[in-house]
Ligand binder design. Structure first.
Ligand SMILES: NC(=O)c1ccc[n+]([C@@H]2O[C@H](COP(=O)([O-])OP(=O)(O)OC[C@H]3O[C@@H](n4cnc5c(N)ncnc54)[C@H](O)[C@@H]3O)[C@@H](O)[C@H]2O)c1
Length: 357
Protein backbone atom coordinates (compact mmCIF):
# COMPACT_ATOMS: atom_id res chain seq x y z
CA UNK A 1 0.00 0.00 0.00
CA UNK A 2 1.47 3.36 -1.07
CA UNK A 3 0.58 6.34 1.16
CA UNK A 4 0.11 9.49 -0.92
CA UNK A 5 -0.37 13.26 -0.72
CA UNK A 6 -1.09 15.97 -3.28
CA UNK A 7 0.20 19.57 -3.26
CA UNK A 8 -1.83 21.90 -5.46
CA UNK A 9 -5.45 20.90 -5.95
CA UNK A 10 -6.35 23.21 -8.81
CA UNK A 11 -7.69 22.36 -12.23
CA UNK A 12 -5.11 19.62 -12.90
CA UNK A 13 -4.38 18.50 -9.34
CA UNK A 14 -7.89 17.12 -9.17
CA UNK A 15 -7.01 14.57 -11.87
CA UNK A 16 -4.23 13.36 -9.60
CA UNK A 17 -6.66 13.13 -6.69
CA UNK A 18 -8.96 11.05 -8.90
CA UNK A 19 -6.16 8.69 -9.93
CA UNK A 20 -4.90 8.24 -6.36
CA UNK A 21 -8.42 7.75 -5.02
CA UNK A 22 -9.12 5.06 -7.62
CA UNK A 23 -6.03 3.14 -6.55
CA UNK A 24 -7.40 3.38 -3.02
CA UNK A 25 -10.56 1.53 -4.16
CA UNK A 26 -8.22 -1.24 -5.36
CA UNK A 27 -6.20 -1.33 -2.10
CA UNK A 28 -3.03 -0.32 -3.96
CA UNK A 29 -2.74 3.15 -2.43
CA UNK A 30 -4.20 5.50 0.14
CA UNK A 31 -4.67 9.22 -0.40
CA UNK A 32 -3.69 10.47 3.07
CA UNK A 33 -3.80 14.24 2.65
CA UNK A 34 -3.97 17.16 0.25
CA UNK A 35 -2.64 20.71 0.37
CA UNK A 36 -3.61 23.98 -1.28
CA UNK A 37 -3.14 27.62 -0.28
CA UNK A 38 -6.69 28.28 -1.44
CA UNK A 39 -8.87 27.48 1.58
CA UNK A 40 -12.09 27.29 -0.40
CA UNK A 41 -10.71 24.73 -2.89
CA UNK A 42 -9.08 22.78 -0.09
CA UNK A 43 -12.21 22.50 2.05
CA UNK A 44 -14.27 21.52 -0.95
CA UNK A 45 -11.99 18.61 -1.90
CA UNK A 46 -11.37 17.50 1.69
CA UNK A 47 -15.11 17.07 2.08
CA UNK A 48 -15.68 15.51 -1.32
CA UNK A 49 -12.86 12.95 -1.00
CA UNK A 50 -12.89 12.45 2.81
CA UNK A 51 -9.25 13.39 3.14
CA UNK A 52 -7.19 15.57 5.50
CA UNK A 53 -6.26 19.04 4.27
CA UNK A 54 -3.39 21.47 4.86
CA UNK A 55 -2.78 25.06 3.78
CA UNK A 56 1.00 24.64 4.12
CA UNK A 57 2.83 21.79 2.36
CA UNK A 58 5.70 21.91 4.86
CA UNK A 59 3.34 21.29 7.76
CA UNK A 60 1.65 18.47 5.83
CA UNK A 61 4.90 16.74 4.89
CA UNK A 62 6.32 17.17 8.41
CA UNK A 63 3.24 15.67 10.06
CA UNK A 64 1.86 13.06 7.68
CA UNK A 65 3.37 9.62 7.16
CA UNK A 66 3.35 9.46 3.36
CA UNK A 67 5.62 7.59 0.94
CA UNK A 68 5.11 9.91 -1.98
CA UNK A 69 3.70 13.24 -3.04
CA UNK A 70 2.40 14.75 -6.27
CA UNK A 71 3.19 18.41 -6.97
CA UNK A 72 0.65 20.24 -9.14
CA UNK A 73 1.31 23.85 -8.22
CA UNK A 74 1.71 26.47 -11.03
CA UNK A 75 4.61 25.94 -13.48
CA UNK A 76 7.00 28.33 -11.68
CA UNK A 77 6.23 26.95 -8.20
CA UNK A 78 7.35 23.32 -8.48
CA UNK A 79 10.88 23.57 -7.14
CA UNK A 80 10.33 24.43 -3.48
CA UNK A 81 7.80 21.70 -2.63
CA UNK A 82 9.86 19.16 -4.61
CA UNK A 83 13.10 20.00 -2.78
CA UNK A 84 11.29 19.99 0.57
CA UNK A 85 9.69 16.60 -0.15
CA UNK A 86 12.94 15.08 -1.42
CA UNK A 87 14.74 16.25 1.72
CA UNK A 88 12.18 14.30 3.77
CA UNK A 89 12.68 11.19 1.61
CA UNK A 90 9.31 11.35 -0.15
CA UNK A 91 9.10 10.09 -3.74
CA UNK A 92 7.84 12.79 -6.12
CA UNK A 93 5.52 13.02 -9.10
CA UNK A 94 5.91 16.54 -10.44
CA UNK A 95 3.64 18.08 -13.05
CA UNK A 96 5.32 19.31 -16.20
CA UNK A 97 7.54 21.27 -16.59
CA UNK A 98 9.78 19.88 -13.84
CA UNK A 99 10.93 23.48 -13.21
CA UNK A 100 11.22 26.52 -15.46
CA UNK A 101 14.97 26.83 -14.76
CA UNK A 102 17.79 24.38 -15.41
CA UNK A 103 19.24 25.18 -11.97
CA UNK A 104 15.88 24.43 -10.32
CA UNK A 105 15.74 20.98 -11.93
CA UNK A 106 19.33 20.30 -10.91
CA UNK A 107 18.55 21.30 -7.32
CA UNK A 108 15.59 18.90 -7.21
CA UNK A 109 17.71 16.10 -8.68
CA UNK A 110 20.58 16.65 -6.25
CA UNK A 111 18.24 16.53 -3.25
CA UNK A 112 16.52 13.44 -4.66
CA UNK A 113 19.83 11.65 -5.22
CA UNK A 114 21.00 12.46 -1.70
CA UNK A 115 17.85 10.99 -0.22
CA UNK A 116 17.38 8.08 -2.71
CA UNK A 117 14.09 9.46 -3.87
CA UNK A 118 12.28 8.78 -7.16
CA UNK A 119 11.42 11.87 -9.23
CA UNK A 120 8.95 11.26 -12.03
CA UNK A 121 7.69 14.02 -14.34
CA UNK A 122 4.13 13.78 -15.58
CA UNK A 123 4.83 13.75 -19.33
CA UNK A 124 1.81 11.65 -20.15
CA UNK A 125 2.16 11.76 -23.94
CA UNK A 126 4.46 8.73 -23.52
CA UNK A 127 1.41 6.75 -22.32
CA UNK A 128 -0.73 7.39 -25.42
CA UNK A 129 -0.67 4.02 -27.29
CA UNK A 130 -0.29 5.79 -30.65
CA UNK A 131 2.83 7.53 -29.34
CA UNK A 132 4.18 4.23 -28.04
CA UNK A 133 3.85 2.87 -31.61
CA UNK A 134 5.69 5.98 -32.84
CA UNK A 135 8.45 5.32 -30.30
CA UNK A 136 8.79 1.62 -31.20
CA UNK A 137 8.81 2.25 -34.95
CA UNK A 138 11.41 5.01 -34.76
CA UNK A 139 13.64 3.15 -32.32
CA UNK A 140 13.47 -0.03 -34.45
CA UNK A 141 15.04 1.89 -37.34
CA UNK A 142 12.02 1.24 -39.60
CA UNK A 143 12.24 4.76 -41.07
CA UNK A 144 16.03 4.83 -41.23
CA UNK A 145 17.73 7.96 -39.94
CA UNK A 146 15.23 10.58 -38.84
CA UNK A 147 16.12 13.78 -40.71
CA UNK A 148 13.38 16.10 -39.54
CA UNK A 149 10.13 16.30 -37.63
CA UNK A 150 7.26 18.66 -37.01
CA UNK A 151 5.02 19.25 -34.01
CA UNK A 152 2.24 21.68 -33.28
CA UNK A 153 0.39 22.10 -29.99
CA UNK A 154 -2.03 24.97 -29.52
CA UNK A 155 -4.57 25.84 -26.82
CA UNK A 156 -7.66 28.01 -26.87
CA UNK A 157 -7.15 31.48 -25.41
CA UNK A 158 -9.32 30.74 -22.37
CA UNK A 159 -6.46 28.60 -20.99
CA UNK A 160 -4.02 31.47 -20.22
CA UNK A 161 -6.65 34.22 -20.03
CA UNK A 162 -9.27 32.52 -17.81
CA UNK A 163 -8.06 29.21 -16.39
CA UNK A 164 -4.92 30.60 -14.73
CA UNK A 165 -4.68 34.27 -15.66
CA UNK A 166 -2.93 34.95 -12.31
CA UNK A 167 0.17 32.96 -13.26
CA UNK A 168 0.16 32.69 -17.08
CA UNK A 169 2.78 35.48 -17.20
CA UNK A 170 5.14 33.09 -15.36
CA UNK A 171 4.71 30.50 -18.10
CA UNK A 172 4.57 30.40 -21.90
CA UNK A 173 3.27 28.19 -24.73
CA UNK A 174 6.59 26.33 -24.60
CA UNK A 175 6.59 25.82 -20.81
CA UNK A 176 2.91 24.90 -20.62
CA UNK A 177 2.43 23.00 -23.91
CA UNK A 178 5.68 22.57 -25.81
CA UNK A 179 7.44 20.56 -23.09
CA UNK A 180 4.96 17.69 -23.61
CA UNK A 181 6.10 17.22 -27.21
CA UNK A 182 9.73 18.11 -26.52
CA UNK A 183 9.75 15.18 -24.10
CA UNK A 184 8.03 12.90 -26.62
CA UNK A 185 10.41 13.80 -29.45
CA UNK A 186 13.50 13.41 -27.23
CA UNK A 187 12.18 10.03 -26.03
CA UNK A 188 11.44 8.79 -29.58
CA UNK A 189 14.78 9.97 -30.96
CA UNK A 190 16.79 8.82 -27.94
CA UNK A 191 18.82 12.03 -28.25
CA UNK A 192 19.22 15.21 -26.26
CA UNK A 193 18.89 18.69 -27.72
CA UNK A 194 21.96 20.39 -29.21
CA UNK A 195 20.92 23.82 -30.55
CA UNK A 196 17.65 25.82 -30.50
CA UNK A 197 16.56 28.72 -32.63
CA UNK A 198 13.19 30.34 -31.89
CA UNK A 199 10.94 33.31 -32.48
CA UNK A 200 8.01 34.46 -30.33
CA UNK A 201 5.15 36.93 -30.42
CA UNK A 202 3.75 38.96 -27.54
CA UNK A 203 0.66 40.76 -28.87
CA UNK A 204 -2.77 39.45 -28.02
CA UNK A 205 -2.26 38.35 -24.40
CA UNK A 206 -0.28 41.50 -23.71
CA UNK A 207 -3.35 43.50 -24.81
CA UNK A 208 -5.29 41.55 -22.16
CA UNK A 209 -2.72 42.53 -19.51
CA UNK A 210 -0.91 39.15 -19.49
CA UNK A 211 2.78 39.63 -20.25
CA UNK A 212 3.70 36.39 -21.97
CA UNK A 213 4.12 34.97 -25.46
CA UNK A 214 1.05 34.29 -27.59
CA UNK A 215 3.06 31.90 -29.73
CA UNK A 216 6.53 30.42 -30.00
CA UNK A 217 7.97 28.76 -33.06
CA UNK A 218 11.17 26.84 -32.38
CA UNK A 219 13.57 24.70 -34.36
CA UNK A 220 15.61 22.26 -32.27
CA UNK A 221 18.59 20.31 -33.61
CA UNK A 222 19.08 17.12 -31.61
CA UNK A 223 22.41 15.39 -30.95
CA UNK A 224 21.66 12.84 -33.72
CA UNK A 225 21.24 15.85 -36.09
CA UNK A 226 17.46 15.42 -36.49
CA UNK A 227 15.89 18.85 -36.87
CA UNK A 228 12.44 19.25 -35.28
CA UNK A 229 10.13 22.26 -35.46
CA UNK A 230 7.83 22.96 -32.50
CA UNK A 231 5.02 25.44 -33.22
CA UNK A 232 3.09 26.35 -30.07
CA UNK A 233 0.47 28.93 -29.14
CA UNK A 234 -2.32 29.48 -26.63
CA UNK A 235 -4.46 32.06 -28.43
CA UNK A 236 -6.81 29.88 -30.51
CA UNK A 237 -10.33 31.37 -30.70
CA UNK A 238 -12.73 30.33 -27.95
CA UNK A 239 -15.01 28.77 -30.56
CA UNK A 240 -12.31 26.42 -31.88
CA UNK A 241 -13.66 22.85 -31.79
CA UNK A 242 -11.47 21.58 -28.89
CA UNK A 243 -9.40 23.09 -26.09
CA UNK A 244 -6.26 21.80 -27.79
CA UNK A 245 -5.03 21.32 -31.37
CA UNK A 246 -2.02 19.04 -31.92
CA UNK A 247 -0.05 16.65 -34.13
CA UNK A 248 3.41 15.17 -34.70
CA UNK A 249 5.28 13.77 -37.72
CA UNK A 250 8.77 12.51 -38.53
CA UNK A 251 10.55 11.99 -41.86
CA UNK A 252 13.49 9.60 -42.16
CA UNK A 253 15.72 8.14 -44.88
CA UNK A 254 13.41 5.08 -45.18
CA UNK A 255 9.95 6.55 -44.62
CA UNK A 256 7.68 8.76 -42.62
CA UNK A 257 5.26 8.50 -39.71
CA UNK A 258 2.46 10.92 -38.91
CA UNK A 259 0.26 10.91 -35.81
CA UNK A 260 -2.79 13.15 -35.94
CA UNK A 261 -3.36 13.49 -32.22
CA UNK A 262 -6.20 15.92 -32.90
CA UNK A 263 -8.60 14.04 -35.13
CA UNK A 264 -9.05 10.63 -33.48
CA UNK A 265 -12.01 9.94 -35.71
CA UNK A 266 -14.93 11.44 -33.79
CA UNK A 267 -16.42 14.83 -34.64
CA UNK A 268 -19.72 16.32 -33.51
CA UNK A 269 -21.81 19.38 -34.19
CA UNK A 270 -24.76 20.53 -32.08
CA UNK A 271 -26.78 23.70 -31.81
CA UNK A 272 -25.61 24.06 -28.24
CA UNK A 273 -21.84 23.58 -28.71
CA UNK A 274 -21.08 23.99 -32.42
CA UNK A 275 -18.26 21.85 -33.83
CA UNK A 276 -16.39 19.57 -31.41
CA UNK A 277 -13.61 16.99 -31.66
CA UNK A 278 -13.09 14.62 -28.74
CA UNK A 279 -9.83 13.51 -27.13
CA UNK A 280 -11.38 10.88 -24.88
CA UNK A 281 -8.22 8.77 -24.94
CA UNK A 282 -6.68 11.39 -22.64
CA UNK A 283 -9.12 11.22 -19.71
CA UNK A 284 -12.67 9.89 -19.80
CA UNK A 285 -15.23 9.20 -17.10
CA UNK A 286 -16.31 5.65 -16.35
CA UNK A 287 -17.50 3.60 -13.33
CA UNK A 288 -16.21 0.58 -11.44
CA UNK A 289 -18.26 -2.48 -10.41
CA UNK A 290 -19.23 -0.80 -7.11
CA UNK A 291 -20.57 2.23 -8.94
CA UNK A 292 -17.66 4.51 -7.99
CA UNK A 293 -16.88 7.11 -10.66
CA UNK A 294 -13.49 6.30 -12.13
CA UNK A 295 -11.41 8.01 -14.79
CA UNK A 296 -9.37 6.26 -17.46
CA UNK A 297 -7.03 7.20 -20.31
CA UNK A 298 -3.36 7.95 -20.78
CA UNK A 299 -3.62 11.08 -18.58
CA UNK A 300 -4.55 8.82 -15.66
CA UNK A 301 -2.19 5.98 -16.62
CA UNK A 302 0.89 8.14 -16.23
CA UNK A 303 -0.18 9.01 -12.66
CA UNK A 304 -0.97 5.35 -11.86
CA UNK A 305 2.42 4.37 -13.24
CA UNK A 306 4.13 6.59 -10.67
CA UNK A 307 2.31 4.79 -7.86
CA UNK A 308 3.26 1.37 -9.30
CA UNK A 309 6.88 2.55 -9.48
CA UNK A 310 6.83 3.65 -5.84
CA UNK A 311 5.28 0.28 -4.95
CA UNK A 312 8.17 -1.44 -6.78
CA UNK A 313 10.66 0.52 -4.65
CA UNK A 314 8.69 -0.11 -1.46
CA UNK A 315 8.83 -3.84 -2.13
CA UNK A 316 12.63 -3.63 -2.30
CA UNK A 317 12.95 -3.17 -6.07
CA UNK A 318 15.92 -1.15 -7.26
CA UNK A 319 16.10 2.12 -9.22
CA UNK A 320 18.25 0.65 -12.02
CA UNK A 321 15.68 -2.04 -12.92
CA UNK A 322 12.91 0.52 -12.75
CA UNK A 323 14.68 3.02 -14.98
CA UNK A 324 15.65 0.31 -17.48
CA UNK A 325 12.14 -1.08 -17.88
CA UNK A 326 9.80 1.83 -17.30
CA UNK A 327 8.50 4.16 -20.00
CA UNK A 328 8.17 6.93 -17.41
CA UNK A 329 9.94 10.28 -17.69
CA UNK A 330 12.25 10.60 -14.69
CA UNK A 331 13.88 13.67 -13.19
CA UNK A 332 16.86 13.36 -15.56
CA UNK A 333 14.42 13.54 -18.51
CA UNK A 334 12.67 16.53 -16.95
CA UNK A 335 16.02 18.31 -16.70
CA UNK A 336 16.89 17.66 -20.36
CA UNK A 337 13.47 18.93 -21.47
CA UNK A 338 13.89 22.08 -19.38
CA UNK A 339 17.34 22.64 -20.92
CA UNK A 340 15.72 22.64 -24.38
CA UNK A 341 12.80 24.89 -23.34
CA UNK A 342 15.16 27.33 -21.57
CA UNK A 343 17.38 27.53 -24.68
CA UNK A 344 14.29 28.22 -26.81
CA UNK A 345 13.43 31.18 -24.56
CA UNK A 346 17.01 32.42 -24.58
CA UNK A 347 17.09 32.24 -28.37
CA UNK A 348 13.95 34.40 -28.63
CA UNK A 349 15.51 36.98 -26.32
CA UNK A 350 18.88 37.11 -28.08
CA UNK A 351 17.70 36.52 -31.64
CA UNK A 352 20.47 33.92 -32.02
CA UNK A 353 20.70 30.13 -32.22
CA UNK A 354 21.41 28.94 -28.67
CA UNK A 355 23.42 25.95 -27.47
CA UNK A 356 21.41 23.63 -25.24
CA UNK A 357 23.30 23.02 -22.00
N1 LIG B 1 -0.28 17.05 -17.47
C1 LIG B 1 -1.09 17.92 -18.09
O1 LIG B 1 -1.61 17.70 -19.18
C2 LIG B 1 -1.40 19.21 -17.42
C3 LIG B 1 -2.53 19.93 -17.80
C4 LIG B 1 -2.78 21.11 -17.13
C5 LIG B 1 -1.90 21.58 -16.17
N2 LIG B 1 -0.79 20.84 -15.88
C6 LIG B 1 0.20 21.36 -14.91
O2 LIG B 1 -0.32 21.25 -13.60
C7 LIG B 1 0.17 22.34 -12.81
C8 LIG B 1 -1.04 23.05 -12.21
O3 LIG B 1 -1.83 23.57 -13.26
P1 LIG B 1 -3.37 23.88 -13.04
O4 LIG B 1 -3.96 24.07 -14.38
O5 LIG B 1 -3.98 22.88 -12.12
O6 LIG B 1 -3.27 25.29 -12.31
P2 LIG B 1 -4.28 25.88 -11.22
O7 LIG B 1 -3.94 27.31 -11.10
O8 LIG B 1 -5.68 25.49 -11.56
O9 LIG B 1 -3.89 25.10 -9.87
C9 LIG B 1 -2.72 25.33 -9.15
C10 LIG B 1 -3.08 25.18 -7.69
O10 LIG B 1 -1.90 25.26 -6.90
C11 LIG B 1 -2.22 25.98 -5.71
N3 LIG B 1 -0.98 26.47 -5.10
C12 LIG B 1 -0.19 27.51 -5.48
N4 LIG B 1 0.88 27.61 -4.66
C13 LIG B 1 0.75 26.61 -3.74
C14 LIG B 1 1.52 26.20 -2.62
N5 LIG B 1 2.66 26.82 -2.30
N6 LIG B 1 1.09 25.16 -1.89
C15 LIG B 1 -0.05 24.50 -2.21
N7 LIG B 1 -0.83 24.86 -3.26
C16 LIG B 1 -0.44 25.89 -4.01
C17 LIG B 1 -3.17 27.07 -6.18
O11 LIG B 1 -3.93 27.61 -5.12
C18 LIG B 1 -4.02 26.29 -7.18
O12 LIG B 1 -5.16 25.70 -6.58
C19 LIG B 1 0.98 23.22 -13.75
O13 LIG B 1 2.35 22.94 -13.61
C20 LIG B 1 0.50 22.81 -15.13
O14 LIG B 1 1.45 22.98 -16.17
C21 LIG B 1 -0.54 19.67 -16.45
Amino acid sequence: MVKLAVIGTGRYGVNIIHAFKQLEYQNIAKLVSICDINQHTLENYCKKYSVKGYLDYREMLDKEDVDAVAVATPDHLHKQPCVYAANLGKHILVEKPMDITVEGCQEILEEAKKNKVLVQVDFHKRYDPYHQQLYRDIRSGKFGTIEYGYVHMEDRIEVPSKWFSTWAHNSSPIWFLGVHFIDLVRWCLGANGKVAYATGYKVKLKQLGIDTYDSISAKVIFENNASVTFDTCWILPENFEAVVNQSIRFIGTNGLIECDTQDRGTRACSNEKGMETYNVGFIFESADVCGNTVYKGYGIESINDFVYNVLHLKKGGDFETLKKNSIAAFGEDGLEVTKIAAAIHKSIETGNPTDIK
